[in-house]
Design a protein around this ligand. Structure first.
Ligand code: ADP
Ligand code: MG
Ligand code: ZN
Length: 484
């Protein structure tokens, strides 16, 4: 960032819950491809239809709130947020305003080697809109469309909005927060949290100010950013753009902007509504929502281990923070890692093998991993073979990848490929004695204090042993026998 400036960022994140039915009716929330086949009078807002809140969705939002260290309001209220949009059949969205389900939370986020805490202002319950498809020459853009197709299947799908305090200070922090939130939601199992399909999406509020300024600058809001990489890029772009505008004497307008992935720019969509424009009022069709302490506690008891705790556990078993993150983020690896460590394998070595060699070997072009035939028992065996000097570290890697390919257990593979190292010191000692006898000049140099020929002698012994002597044993013997 340009010296003298500071960025201030607050993120709003929408998460579609994976409940069976929609938020206020019994239509399926796992929406069918065929347009307008999952709609009813309630989600189409036909006159007289009455909404009934989805209990599972409330459990979902309470889980998210608890995982983000929020207070859960026992009583919360549903509001109507009024605006006209073609894919909003009611012409209002049922949302929350004052008294959301969850408030005043915080989430620790690791950014590189540092940890920052992002405040959570609120987590509230609302419903998703339908989908518009603009048809025509313009490649799906509304301005060039001949006509627009409306699909109300998604209208009424439970949507949770998570709003942060303006605590984020850099594009990297914004991305790290987004990634951590996604992990948390996935761990809770309340959404598939897929950015590419929009079941999780970000709005980035960005402003800048001169370092030392106490008041916040005017913000722009970049809507519906749909990947972590785009989130980082969009925030970085906005920071630079706003600094340039301000430095050249201009001013920032509070507006909604759109991120264009191809050009790597944000463009203005419309000036931003103030909340007064939405004419919020309490929905007369819905009673205050009551989350009793008993219900809250019952939900709390179902919350699984959260990703940060899982990573800390991995670090405690010997891996570094980056490796812990990679392991925890990849289900296929984390279960192998946990089982192997549980069975006594050293965490550090197993972590490096899995996140380095194994991932490098099985990662496909699309980023997913191919099936791994490796088992935890293999990892335990491999580690003990290395530990006992039976395999060199490079032979261990060869054996590891063969086990990944399903060639058998490490001892079988090592035997079949003739990779077992000799660490029996009797055999090695004979070879060492033979080499020393043939190289008396080198021995004299070493005894006179010149350590250089040791490397040469090591090489000779290894050759004598067909490359399969444990180098540690060879080195020790050479030192012992050339020390006056
Ligand atoms: P709205 O619905 O108008 O977008 P919200 O209160 O829901 O308002 O969300 C506002 C978001 O913008 C929050 O994440 C908040 O932290 C962030 N924010 C508010 N003011 C600023 C500012 N000056 N600069 C950056 N972010 C801001
Ligand atoms: Mg907003
Ligand atoms: Zn319905």
């Amino acid at each position: 960032m340009k010296p003298g400036w500071e960025a201030v960022i607050g993120l709003e994140t929408h998460v579609e819950l994976n409940t069976k039915s929609k938020m206020f009716c019994s239509c399926p929330a796992d929406i069918p491809d065929e347009p307008n086949t999952a709609c009813c009078p309630v989600c189409l807002a036909l006159p007289g239809a009455l909404p009934v809140p989805n209990e599972k969705a409330i459990e979902g939002i309470v889980k998210i709130g608890l995982a983000l260290n929020c207070e859960i309001n026992q009583s919360s209220l549903f509001y109507r947020k009024n605006y006209f949009y073609p894919d909003l059949p009611k012409n209002y969205q049922i949302s929350q305003y004052t008294f959301p389900v969850c408030e005043h939370g915080s989430v620790p986020v690791d950014v590189g080697d540092e940890s920052v805490t992002v405040g959570i202002t609120r987590v509230h319950m609302e419903e998703d809109t339908g989908k518009s498809t603009h048809v025509g020459e313009g490649g799906g853009r509304i301005h060039d469309a001949d006509h627009t197709l409306l699909d109300f299947n998604r209208a009424g799908v439970p949507l949770v909005e998570i709003v942060t305090e303006p605590d984020i200070r850099s594009p990297e922090e914004a991305r790290a927060y987004g990634a951590e939130l996604q992990r948390i939601v996935l761990a809770l199992g309340v959404s598939d949290a897929k950015l590419e399909t929009g079941s999780m999406r970000f709005d980035a509020n960005v402003s800048v100010r001169r370092i030392g300024d106490e008041t916040l600058g005017t913000r722009s809001e970049t809507k519906n950013v749909n990947s972590l990489r785009s989130l980082q890029r969009a925030v970085a772009y906005e920071i630079e753009r706003q600094i340039q505008v301000l430095e050249s004497g201009g001013s920032i307008h509070q507006e909604t902007r759109h991120w264009n992935e191809d050009s790597g720019e944000t463009t203005s969509m419309r000036t931003k509504e103030e909340s007064e424009d939405y004419r919020y009022f309490q929905d007369p069709d819905l009673l205050p929502l009551d989350v009793s302490p008993e219900w809250r506690n019952a939900i709390a008891s179902t919350i699984p281990e959260l990703p940060a705790v899982q990573r800390a556990r991995y670090v405690a078993s010997g891996v570094d923070a980056k490796t812990a993150e990679l392991l925890a983020d990849t289900a296929a690896l984390s279960s192998l890692f946990e089982e192997a460590v549980e069975a006594g394998a050293p965490g550090r070595a197993v972590g490096i093998w899995l996140t380095g060699d194994v991932v490098g070997h099985v990662r496909r072009d699309d980023g997913d991993l191919d099936a791994i035939s490796l088992t935890a028992a293999h990892l335990v065996e491999l580690a003990s073979m290395v530990d006992g000097g039976k395999l060199s570290s490079s032979a261990a890697k060869e054996v590891l990848l063969a086990a990944v390919e399903g060639e058998g257990s490490p001892s079988e593979i090592a035997a079949a490929r003739d990779l077992i190292q000799v660490s029996d010191s009797g055999a090695i000692e004979a070879a060492v004695d033979a080499v020393l006898a043939e190289n008396q000049d080198a021995v004299e140099k070493i005894m006179a204090g010149d350590a250089k020929p040791i490397g040469f002698l090591m090489g000779q012994v290894m050759r004598e042993m067909g490359g399969k002597a444990d180098p540690n044993v060879v080195r020790e013997l050479l030192h012992a026998k050339t020390n006056p």
